[in-house]
Design a protein around this ligand. Sequence first.
Ligand code: AMP
Length: 436
Amino acid sequence: MSKAYIALGSNIAPRRFFIDSAAKKIAQEEEIALKRRSSIYDTYPIGGLSQGRFLNSVVEVETSLKPRELLVKLLQIERSLSRRRTGRNKPRTIDLDILLYDNLAVRGNGIAIPHPRMHKRDFVMFGMNEISPTAIHPILKKSVGDIYSERQMKVIRSPKEAYNYICALKRKGKRIGFVPMMGYLHKGHLSLIKKARCENDIVVISIFVNPTQFGPREDYRRYPRDFRRDKTLAKKAGADIIFYPEVKSMYASDHSTYVNVEEISETLCGRSRPAHFRGVATIVTKLFNIIPADNAYFGQKDAQQAFVIERMVGDLNIPVKIKMLPIVREKAGLAMSSRNAYLTKKERSEASVLFRSLLLARDLIKRTERKASNIIKCMKDLIRKNSSARIEYVSIVDTVELKNIKTLKGKVLIAVAARFGKTRLIDNIIVNIKER
Ligand code: AMP
């Protein structure tokens, strides 16, 4: 039996159907056993072609077929799924490519293994890296994981250099995805980078602990920092460029311009952190000017921040699309956060009560409770009973103005903030209430 990896791609609807059907047909072949499947992920056609986005996936198979026989079978499956070979780089219902076949290296007579461009193409390396980072590329003599993470990653420290570099890429028609962060990366941050990787040609991240968003008695100085570790993790997740400026290059000694997004910055976290969102809006505006991105990615973990930024880019006509992605949690439900590093063991185990209180809220809503004050009381009781946390707020607000609501309807944000020891944690869920 030989081991082979096959790339699947589709950019004609229904794309998922074509990917799933092709995988099923591969598995049904007598001489092929499907061993592993990567996730199915969304990608843009390479080289700025103006055609629909792809869904891609990679499968690992064991087969008694020789490479050419396997290729013939894959061509048959393509045809059975209405693939017409009308020329290079045309939209396709399904594309099936052999990436690797054992450690074979052959080229000629219509067959090329390993796939000659696989190591340069994120849309296959992403899936390969998911299911088999230890597989070896027989020509490059490197593991898939190494090839994937060694893709050139540039660290730029100067704002001017970053701007010029990104503008040059944009002139070449590259779509830029941007993930602004403070660093000390965890899986929540990496989920944003991975999403940006799927949706853009170039992924830029910034690592900058922004002094202006910390209050005078907050944790700016002790905020956890580890650039080397961040660089390795970001690279593995698919970042191409890190913008890593020094404080003095972002804030001159005479800096005196700030961006203030009124009202929605003043509720929830804005109450106890009065200058926080002014600092966030200012730094994000500066970053958007330095990194003129097409898409920017933020986590729902800081939902108010994402709403503030969304309002700001609308108000100021900043040409970037804001995307808010779901919260990544630890097993016990605690939302991942760089600040979790401050927690003692006891605090950490207690802290998952925040998520449990949100689940309780969701449950009460399911059981038709609509009065915000009743839900908030139950949540506070649960937190108090199960932890020594000091609650800062438990609020239910609308998702436009972020103002407290009395009776729940439509889309609502349920948000909590509490201190465990010295560490302030926040969490939230968004619930869409559909009345019958
Ligand atoms: P920070 O480094 O804390 O400024 O976070 C950078 C970005 O990562 C922000 O958009 C956060 O909302 C997002 N983020 C932080 N934690 C999580 C998480 N647990 N899940 C998803 N996104 C997150």
